[in-house]
Structure formats: C-alpha cells, structure tokens
Design a protein around this ligand. Structure first.
Ligand SMILES: Cc1cc2nc3c(=O)[nH]c(=O)nc-3n(C[C@H](O)[C@H](O)[C@H](O)COP(=O)(O)OP(=O)(O)OC[C@H]3O[C@@H](n4cnc5c(N)ncnc54)[C@H](O)[C@@H]3O)c2cc1C
Ligand SMILES: NC(=O)c1ccc[n+]([C@@H]2O[C@H](COP(=O)([O-])OP(=O)(O)OC[C@H]3O[C@@H](n4cnc5c(N)ncnc54)[C@H](O)[C@@H]3O)[C@@H](O)[C@H]2O)c1
Length: 444
C-alpha cells in the first residue's frame, strides 16, 4: 500500500520536532500541530518561565548584596516584565513554522485523530503514513472540585497582564514552587495548598525542607496537609474553601496539581493503543501496542522525568530507529533536573535515598557550602551540596545542589557522570578561576 508520507508526527513541540528534523533528510515527513508551533516549552513552559525567573532573581541578588555595597530596593514592574516575555514568545510559533518551511518539512495545522494504525483525520482531510509518532505532550490537571471553572493554569500565569494581589497554587510540585517564587518576588501575597506534607516529592526531604524555609522567609504561606475543597468566584475575588480552617479570599487560584497526557482527541481506544494512567504505554523502543505507532515525550508513561531534553532524546532515538540507524533499546543518560525556585534545587544520578541504602557501594558527602568563597561572594549562605561517589570506581554517581546557581554546578556534575570522569581527570585541567567550575575538585 502506498502511503501519503513515510512518517507522520502528531505534535510540534520539542519531541515531535526532534523526530521531524531527525528524519528530514531520509524520508517524506508530515508534522501536525493543533495549537502553537513549538509546543509547551518555548510558548508557555520552560523558556517564558525562565525569562520571568531571570528578572526576579536579579532583584533577589540585589537584595542579597544589600549590605555589600548595593543598598537599592528594586521593584518588579510586571507589565514591563510581561512585555519582555511576550517579545520573545510571540515570535515562537511563526519562527518555528518558518524553520519547518525552510527545512522543507511538510506541516499541517489542525487536530489529529486516528482512523486506523496508518490513517489520521485532520479537520476534513485524511492523511496516511507508514509510521505515526504521537508526541502530543501534556496539559494541566484540574482538580475535580466544586467551582473548578475558577482555576487558572501555568499558561495563564505566564501571560498575566497584571499580577493579582493575592494568589494561590494548588499543589507543591515544580510548577507551584517556581511560579509561587516568581509571584512573591514580584510583590503578590502567595499561598500554596498541598494535600500532604511533602513538596517536590522527587527531591530529598532535607533539601525540600531547607527550600521551604527559604521560601517561607520570602513570605510564601505554605498550607500543608490541606485539601482545597471548593472555589467560589465573586467579581475579582475567589473564595478558597479547604478542609482546615476558615476560607481564604484570593484574587487568582492556579491548578498546579500535575499534568495529564494530551490524549483525549486521538481516538486511541478506537484503534487499540494501550494507555496507562501516566500516559501511552510504550516498549523499550518507544513503540506502542500498535506496531506502526510510536509515542514519545510527555505523552508517554515513563520513569524518567518529563522534561524538554528527555522529549528531545526520545525524538532523536525514534528517528534513528525508523531509519534503521539503531535497533538497540533506548538508553537514557543521567538526566539533571532543576527547580528554578530562587535558589535553585537540582539533582542528578543515583538518588540520596538509594545511596543511603547501599553504604558499601557509595560515599555520601553532605556539605553546607555557604561559607565557601563562591557562595560567600554571592551572599548565598544557604548553599548546600551533596555528592554521591561510587566507592569502587571513585567516580561521581549522583549529586544534589541547593544554591543560587545550582544549574551551573549540576551541569558540571552531569558532564562528569555522563563521561564517567574519574576524580583525577576531573581536576586534571584548568577551568577559569574563580568560577563555579573551579570548585569541582573540592567536591570530588
Ligand atoms: C510551566 C512549565 C515550566 C516548565 N519548565 C521546564 C523547564 O524549566 N525545563 C524542562 O526541561 N522542562 C520544563 N517543562 C516541561 C516541558 O515543557 C515539557 O517536558 C516539554 O515541552 C515536552 O515536550 P513534548 O514535545 O513532549 O510536548 P509539548 O511541548 O507539550 O508538545 C506537544 C504538542 O502537541 C500538540 N498536540 C496535542 N494534541 C494534538 C493533536 N491531537 N493533534 C495535533 N497536535 C496535538 C500540542 O498542541 C503541543 O504543541 C515545563 C512545563 C511547564 C508547563
Ligand atoms: N524546572 C523544570 O524542569 C520544570 C518546571 C515546571 C514543570 N516541569 C515539568 O512539568 C511537570 C508538571 O509539574 P507540576 O508541578 O504540575 O507537577 P508535579 O508532579 O511536579 O507536582 C504536582 C503536585 O500536585 C500535587 N497534587 C497531585 N494531585 C493533586 C490533587 N488532586 N489536588 C491537589 N494537589 C495534587 C502533588 O502532591 C504535587 O505536589 C513536572 O513534573 C515536570 O516534569 C518541569
């Protein structure tokens, strides 16, 4: 049977685009996107979030230098900050589409729905492909409570014309912590409602408690072990009812209770693609239960974190698998993850919890580093680093970092872990001094 395309990719985000560009010189490819070209990360995820974060962190650095020669009292101008962000994000969809055009990749705007394992309906046309790759990402999970229509999402937060006076976040994961930090630094009263006693559950509790203390010090109100049971809107106010204490009146409440895969439009049940609660079920070649269909990125059930670089790795892997460049199962490198929480909390590799359970295998070194030159210079008294070293090889196996510039140190650690650098080789070269990297030798 002749197909219209060799491969059709559903979703024009980081994952889908990695497949399309990976296949472009080998195959006739079509990408279908229902919303904004570029997907979540550059339009309403990582990139706009970090533009806002960069500005509020600059303000916080000035405050840290308050008694070190910089007595200014900066204030965030939200409309100007938003204009800065929009100046970047507004160009993303057209820029991404122009990139596809320039590369000669066929692309179609519309919502794709499966007719069978090789056929999609997009609007009023049907297209066929020998392979189809699902890269439809995820969308905010809205808690099912009375008044849930009042919930705003991270997408709304990252596009607010004005910052409301009092804001709440339901959930205490990545989205809640990062956006709450931006809101409090920009001058809002901020409340976080968490149904249990853990924030950022994938990070070690000693570290999340240190972070909670710092964020509480900035003025964020943590309502732990608290279920939001109802929302009620009246004008520009939202009454938040919980299972503990009196209701609170805020001006905006954001659902930050995880993200669910974007699968509703696809008719997966109709064509027999197996789905689990966390996303599409795939094997170690990222194939679904229908042999002509692959799935990648935030749309799949997986144990690795749902992050932009992971979607990219999976997209490039599927492209290589389709062209026959590889037939090995997918192998993930150590994936660093960072919460941009002001300060940043980052980790990579073997977790602290599992290292503690294997004392014969790992040496754990837990160091408050606030008094080290690098952190003293930045006035970051709370900086803290844990390294986990494999006793047999002497190589770094994992690390946790809480510091204002944790992203830099975790990237250095990532490089050491990924390339299996020994303690000797890690110090056998000359980085710029003084810098975050010139501290590496002290950690090993
Ligand atoms: C607020 C926020 C901050 C984040 N910050 C970071 C960060 O700092 N670092 C990081 O690594 N990750 C971050 N992430 C996560 C990151 O954005 C995602 O992991 C990444 O975008 C996933 O890429 P993807 O291609 O799998 O999915 P997406 O980027 O979500 O792309 C999927 C695309 O598929 C389209 N689509 C869906 N259904 C259909 C259909 N039926 N037909 C056609 N098209 C369809 C969607 O419109 C979307 O454009 C953040 C996420 C959020 C929400
Ligand atoms: N810096 C980054 O890399 C970054 C930033 C933002 C988002 N992300 C990605 O996006 C994903 C989604 O972020 P997120 O914060 O929405 O999810 P998350 O999984 O990190 O956190 C969800 C939070 O909601 C709580 N929760 C779950 N169900 C609930 C319910 N019914 N009612 C109330 N609370 C509930 C959880 O206990 C948890 O605190 C992240 O896991 C990550 O993959 C990454």
């Amino acid at each position: 049977m002749a197909f219209d395309y060799d491969t059709i990719v559903i979703g024009g985000g980081p994952g889908g685009l990695a497949v399309a560009y990976g296949l472009n010189n080998h195959q006739k490819v079509l990408v279908v996107e229902s919303n904004l070209w570029g997907g979540t990360c550059p339009n309403f995820g990582c990139d706009p979030k970090k533009m806002l974060y960069g500005v509020v962190e600059a303000k916080r650095q000035v405050i840290r230098y308050h008694e070190s020669g910089l007595p200014a009292e900066p204030k965030v101008d939200w409309p100007a900050l938003m204009a800065f962000k929009r100046g970047y994000t507004e160009k993303i969809p057209t820029g991404t589409e122009a990139g596809l055009k320039g590369a000669g990749i066929n692309h179609l705007h519309g919502t794709a729905q499966f007719v069978d394992g090789h056929t999609l309906r997009v609007g009023n046309q049907q297209v066929t492909g020998q392979q189809i790759v699902i890269a439809t990402g995820a969308t905010p999970n809205i808690p099912d409570i009375p008044g849930k229509e009042a919930f705003l999402t991270s997408t709304d937060f990252l596009n607010l014309d004005n910052l409301p006076e009092k804001v709440g976040f339901v959930g205490a994961g990545y989205v809640a912590i990062e956006l709450a930090n931006i809101a409090v630094e920009a001058g809002a009263e901020v409340h976080i409602f968490q149904h249990n006693d853990r924030l950022l559950r994938n990070f070690p509790q000693a570290y999340t408690e240190r972070l909670r203390k710092i964020l509480t010090g900035k003025g964020i109100h943590f309502h732990m072990n608290t279920n939001v049971t109802a929302l009620q809107t009246a004008g520009d106010q939202v009454k938040v009812t919980t299972n503990s204490g009196d209701p609170l009146t805020l001006n905006a409440v954001f659902a930050a209770a995880g993200r669910r895969p974007n699968l509703d439009d696809l008719n997966l049940a109709g064509i027999g693609v197996a789905v689990e609660p966390q996303g599409i079920k795939v094997d170690d070649h990222l194939k679904t239960s229908v042999s002509s269909i692959y799935a990648i990125g935030d749309a799949i059930a997986k144990t690795v974190p749902k992050l932009t670089p992971v979607s990219g790795i999976e997209g490039r892997y599927v492209a290589a698998e389709i062209t026959g460049e590889t037939h090995d199962p997918i192998q993930y490198p150590a994936i660093p993850h960072t919460v941009f929480a002001g300060p940043e909390l980052a980790q990579i590799g073997v977790t602290l919890e599992s290292a503690k359970q294997a004392p014969d295998q790992y040496t754990i070194s837990d160091q408050p580093v606030g008094s080290w030159y690098t952190y003293h210079r930045l006035q970051d008294q709370n900086a803290h680093v844990t390294t986990i070293v494999d006793k047999t090889s002497g190589k770094l196996a994992g690390a946790v970092v809480l510091a204002v510039n944790a992203e830099e140190l975790i990237n250095d650690f990532s490089e050491l872990i990924t390339h299996g650098t020994s303690a000797k080789d890690a110090t056998d070269w000359t980085p710029v001094y003084p810098s975050v990297t010139s501290d590496l030798g002290y950690f090993y």
